[in-house]
Write a protein that binds this ligand. Structure first.
Ligand code: ZN
Length: 324
């Protein structure tokens, strides 16, 4: 009897020991700004916890305004994964005034992430992603902080649209999470490897889908796609708006009409997170077809599956409109 009790005690002890090898991240600990990045972080975390997604319901990060409820979420976080200081501007400024130290991880500065400059030549006019809304309570105090901000950076922040960058980002996310929870290191690594092999598998499918449309010209809503275009060798010839956070001028509409005609653009791709009005107007006045492309997973359910679904969705949208 004594021996039996001893056995039970030992096996209970072993069981709790095993269970404590995988630590769940407390809610609110890991915060992520946009859906595609959240998808990669959640994919690495797997069942160990839930990453909080801040910018959702189809909101564009370019004109995102921080709500007080989100600010308090941010202040409870241990780590915040985001893309770049010149993308999620108001969010990152809010972290500067945080009394508590939140670890900020900008994906654009991770070693191995390939970047392009914002396009400014005659086809792709200046597009600086700077938030033009003035005021707010995050005014000038952030400049005194020890961390340097490059919201005036000329790097194009839409880095996630190159799947090779996503793979580099997954590795960076795995390193960062392992620093917070070293006991989950091997689990994170396994999750990361399976995520990477999923992305590599759909890469081949996407190549096949896009092969017949290389060279067919199209117009996008905003200049977000050079990472995707260059990776898959596509032919975007311009964007409807130069900067999604600024109003569009009458002259711009005139120029666009001419540009669509001269370039022979077959499709104009609107985006779910922006108003349709201008895209519809230009498509009506030209022979271009109107279609939708979603570069941020605005129409998808947040979670680990979002990133590969978003890439596949983009490939299908392009193909079904551009294919003659
Ligand atoms: Zn954008």
């Amino acid at each position: 009897m004594k021996n039996q009790i001893k056995k039970i005690v030992i096996s209970l002890w072993l069981l709790t020991g095993l269970a404590s090898q995988v630590h769940s991240a407390p809610a609110m600990e890991v915060v992520v700004t946009i859906p595609p990045l959240h998808s990669l972080v959640q994919g690495v975390m797997g069942d160990t916890g839930k990453a909080i997604l801040l910018i959702q319901n189809g909101t564009s990060p370019h004109d995102y305004q921080l709500k007080p409820s989100v600010r308090s979420l941010l202040l409870k976080a241990k780590i915040v994964f985001y893309i770049a200081d010149n993308l999620e501007i108001s969010l990152i400024k809010a972290l500067d005034i945080s009394p508590q130290k939140v670890r900020k991880v900008p994906m654009i500065h991770q070693r191995g992430v390939a970047t392009f400059k914002l396009r400014e030549d005659e086809d792709w006019e200046k597009h600086d992603h700077v938030d033009h809304s003035e005021g707010g309570d995050t005014s000038s105090s952030h400049h005194d902080h020890e961390e340097h901000h490059d919201e005036e950076s000329t790097d194009d922040p839409h880095i996630w649209l190159n799947p090779t960058n996503a793979i580099v980002m997954i590795k960076a996310i795995t390193r960062e999470l392992s620093m917070i929870h070293p006991e989950n290191r091997s689990l994170y690594k396994d999750n990361a490897l399976s995520l990477i092999s999923d992305i590599e598998a759909i890469e081949k499918e996407i190549e096949t889908l896009l092969a017949p449309i290389k060279g067919i010209p199209f117009i996008v809503f905003h200049d977000a796609y050079q990472y995707f275009e260059k990776h898959y060798d596509l032919t975007a010839v311009g964007s409807i708006v130069p900067d999604p956070s600024r109003p569009t001028s009458v002259k711009r509409v005139k120029d666009l009409r001419r540009k669509v005609k001269e370039s022979g653009a077959v499709c104009i791709f609107r985006e779910p997170q922006f108003s349709n009005k201008l895209s519809i107007l230009i498509a009506d006045e030209t022979k271009a077809k109107l279609a939708t492309i979603d570069p941020i997973g605005a129409d998808l359910k947040p979670g680990a599956d979002l990133y590969p679904s978003m890439l596949m969705g983009m490939a299908h949208s392009l193909r079904s409109c551009l294919l003659p």
